[in-house]
Design a protein. Structure first.
Length: 94
């Protein structure tokens, strides 16, 4: 019985590392037009398998993570763009 518990724990930790790698890849390539297939190809997994692992580990699909990461990135950029926008507008009128 202990053997099966150890195997299950090992499997979960492996899945966790795979999910972490996928999410790190997403964060590193946010500004690029990427798909689930691109992430899976970069990590040498089938896209359905990778998506299943990420969903099991995080509760969200790979695509949901991509969308939320891009929204968070856009929210962080918004104050910068709003601050610089008047300067850009003024410079275009001169």
């Amino acid at each position: 019985m202990l053997f099966y518990a150890a195997r299950a724990a090992e499997s979960r930790s492996t899945a966790g590392r795979i999910a972490d790698r996928a999410l790190n890849y997403l964060r590193e390539h946010l500004s690029e037009p990427i798909t689930n297939e691109d992430v899976a190809r970069a990590l040498n997994f089938h896209s359905y398998y990778l998506n299943r692992i990420v969903r099991q580990q995080t509760g969200q699909s790979l695509h949901q993570h991509l969308l939320s990461s891009r929204l968070n990135y856009a929210q962080r950029l918004l104050p910068i763009v709003e601050k610089e926008q008047p300067d850009v507008i003024i410079s275009t009128y001169h």
